[in-house]
Structures are given as structure tokens and as C-alpha cells.
Design a protein around this ligand. Structure first.
Ligand code: BGC
Length: 355
């Protein structure tokens, strides 16, 4: 009789655990607010859905919001997350400097904040930061250009133009800084020539990482500096949304085949991977959003269960109020030579998505 009672009890526990996240260590019933910048760029859709799936699998309820790249919308979404009782906030900011007021409220209510991918600046409400090694993204892109042109041995000179991202995104300075640390010696020695002369971060930044803005600027550069037949050998672009605009401008100006400049990117956005296969973009950086999402779920679980939160960098990211303990995931380059292994074999994309 006792035995039967025991097995009934065990069954009940097993069934109950199925409903509460398989007996995971997470506090079921806890709610996590996930604020993403926009649905415009494919990567944020993937980040958002990976976060939601992983957090739900760990037993949490998720409030996932996209803000259409509008700062006021993001602020009000975060306000709602706070008032509706979220226990942790995971935020990929639009403008890293605009969340101070709303996050002061989170801090008052003891709601921990994880800055996701982009650092949130000038507020002491940020507990942790999880991202890819942004500086390394830039050095990989710069090194790709050096290798493709064989700059160690080739005499050059090669003509280059530079594009980076949004000035309100702390990452943009890391990407551009990493790339320029690799490229500047060649610019200084004259092997690389920035024909437009536009080399400072401010001159080459692209507000909101806008494809249209990047396309417009590339069109203007082509008209002003290359219409006389001057050859454009390379365009450094910090990410894919800018690279897509640059490709559009180059294709419209009849660049094709061997004549197409080396062009960098980041995110392995599907449009860019297709461009890589068509020869109208050279490379991208693969940041496996599944890895980042999984790490953030670990962080959330550790915070809520009061155990040690995984971080691997406690020196690099100062948001103006001090260093924010960070977990850096590793980015890798992707091009036509390795995309199959990275993107298809790993299940990141299906073959059909790239057709
Ligand atoms: C991200 C990039 C992305 C860019 C534009 C950056 O903060 O790190 O992966 O391409 O924003 O959305």
C-alpha cells in the first residue's frame, strides 16, 4: 500500500515538473521582459525568438517587445515591463544613452537589467552585459581586407571607402575601432587610399544603421570621387544592413564580377548571405544568436537563483558609471568558402532560405 502511495506521489511530482519547466532550477512563474530594437533587421527577430524560446523552455514567462527603432516606444515598452511585474529585464537598446530615467525606476524596484548585445550607457541600473566581442568583429573584418588584398606583399595602392554604424550605438565605435587598428598602418603607408578623405567615425557613421542612408552615401561617393573611372577596390562596412545599401548603390552603378569591390559586413543576414553567394558582398561576421540567447538565459537563471553569474570580461565595457561585468561570445567570419559549414550544417539556416 505504502509502495503504491509512493509511486502515485512520484508520478504527481513528475507531471507537475512537466508543467513547471521539467523541474529546472528556474523559479517558474517569474517573468522576463525582453526589449528588442526593431523587426527591420533579421538578426533582432532571431535574437528575440531565440530568447523567448530558451527562456520559456527554462520555465519563465516572457514579455517580448520590438520598438520599431523608435526610442520613445522602447522607453514605454520598458515602463510597461516594470509596472507589469517583470523580474528581470533584458534590453537591446536603440539609443544606449536614452534609458537612464526609465531604468532608474527599474533600479528602485530592484529589477536587475541585462544589456543585450549593445551596452546601455550612463546609468548605474545595468547589472550585466552580454554580447559578442565587438572589437574582435572589427579586427576580423579589417584582417579580411588585408588578406584579400595581400597587403603585406602587394604594392597597391588600393582605393577604399569606409562605412560604420549608428553613433548612438556603443558597439559601432568598437567595430570601427577594431577595423581601423588593422587598416590604419596601411592607410598611413599609402597602400590603402581613402579617396573621399572621409575617415573619422563621425564622417562615416550611419544613423540607425540605415540601409537607405548607406546607399545614399555610397551613391554620393561614387558620383563625387569615382565617376571619372577611378577604381574602387574595397568598401569597409561594419554590418550587413549598411552593406546591403552599399551593394545596391554599386549594382545600380554597374559594378559586377571582378570589378566588384571587396565588401565586408556583419550578421549573416539572409540578404547578405545571398549577396555573398552572388559575388556582391565578400564576407560577413557570423554571430550565432543561439549562443548569445543561451548565455543570457544562464545569466537570468543565475541572477534569480542567487548563484554566480557567468562573465568573462571585467575590464572592457565602462558605461560611464563604471565597468559592467560582461560575457563576450566569439564572432567568426563567414564567406563563400565556409558558409555551408557555419550556416547550413549548424542548422542556423535551411538551404531553401538561401535560394
Ligand atoms: C549589432 C550588430 C547589428 C547592428 C545593427 C549592432 O549593435 O551588434 O549585429 O548589425 O547593431 O542592428
Amino acid at each position: 500500500m505504502k509502495k503504491r502511495l509512493l509511486s502515485v506521489l512520484i508520478c504527481l511530482v513528475v507531471v507537475a515538473s512537466m508543467f513547471t519547466g521539467c523541474g529546472s532550477s528556474s523559479d517558474s512563474g517569474k517573468k522576463i521582459g525582453v526589449a528588442m530594437p526593431t523587426k527591420d533587421l533579421q538578426r533582432w527577430n532571431q535574437d528575440g525568438s531565440n530568447m523567448k524560446t530558451s527562456l520559456e523552455a527554462a520555465g519563465y514567462t516572457v514579455d517580448l517587445q520590438y520598438a520599431n527603432n523608435d526610442i520613445a516606444t522602447q522607453v514605454s515598452q520598458i515602463e510597461n515591463m516594470i509596472t507589469s511585474g517583470c523580474d528581470v529585464l533584458v534590453i537591446a537598446s536603440i539609443d544606449g544613452g536614452s534609458l537612464g530615467t526609465v531604468l532608474a525606476d527599474a533600479k528602485d524596484k530592484n529589477i536587475p537589467v541585462i544589456a543585450y548585445d549593445r551596452l546601455i550607457m550612463a546609468t548605474d541600473a545595468v547589472s550585466y552585459y552580454a554580447t559578442f566581442d565587438n572589437y574582435m568583429v572589427g579586427t576580423i573584418q579589417g584582417q579580411y581586407i588585408v588578406n584579400q588584398l595581400d597587403l603585406e606583399n602587394a604594392a597597391g595602392p588600393f582605393n577604399i571607402e569606409l562605412f560604420t554604424g549608428s553613433p548612438d550605438d556603443n558597439n559601432a565605435r568598437f567595430f570601427f575601432g577594431g577595423a581601423m587598428d588593422i587598416l590604419t598602418p596601411y592607410i598611413d603607408s599609402g597602400k590603402l587610399v581613402v579617396v573621399s578623405g572621409q575617415k573619422s567615425f563621425e564622417e562615416v557613421a550611419t544613423l540607425n544603421w540605415s540601409t537607405e542612408e548607406a546607399q545614399k552615401r555610397m551613391e554620393n561617393l561614387l558620383t563625387a570621387y569615382y565617376a571619372d573611372g577611378t577604381k574602387l577596390d574595397v568598401v569597409y562596412s561594419s554590418n550587413d544592413s549598411c552593406a546591403i545599401g552599399i551593394t545596391n548603390a554599386l549594382v545600380n552603378a554597374s559594378y559586377s564580377g571582378d570589378n566588384f569591390p571587396i565588401l565586408t559586413g556583419q550578421d549573416c543576414d539572409i540578404t547578405s548571405v545571398k549577396n555573398i553567394l552572388a559575388g556582391t558582398q565578400s564576407m560577413s561576421i557570423f554571430k550565432d544568436t543561439r549562443t548569445l540567447a543561451a548565455k543570457v538565459v544562464e545569466m537570468v537563471t543565475a541572477i534569480l537563483s542567487d548563484t554566480t553569474v557567468p562573465v568573462n570580461d571585467t575590464t572592457t565595457y565602462d558605461n560611464g558609471t563604471g565597468i559592467i561585468p560582461t560575457y563576450l561570445c566569439e564572432p567568426v567570419f563567414a564567406d563563400a568558402s565556409n558558409y555551408k559549414e557555419l550556416l547550413l550544417d549548424s542548422g542556423y539556416y535551411t538551404e531553401d532560405q538561401l535560394k
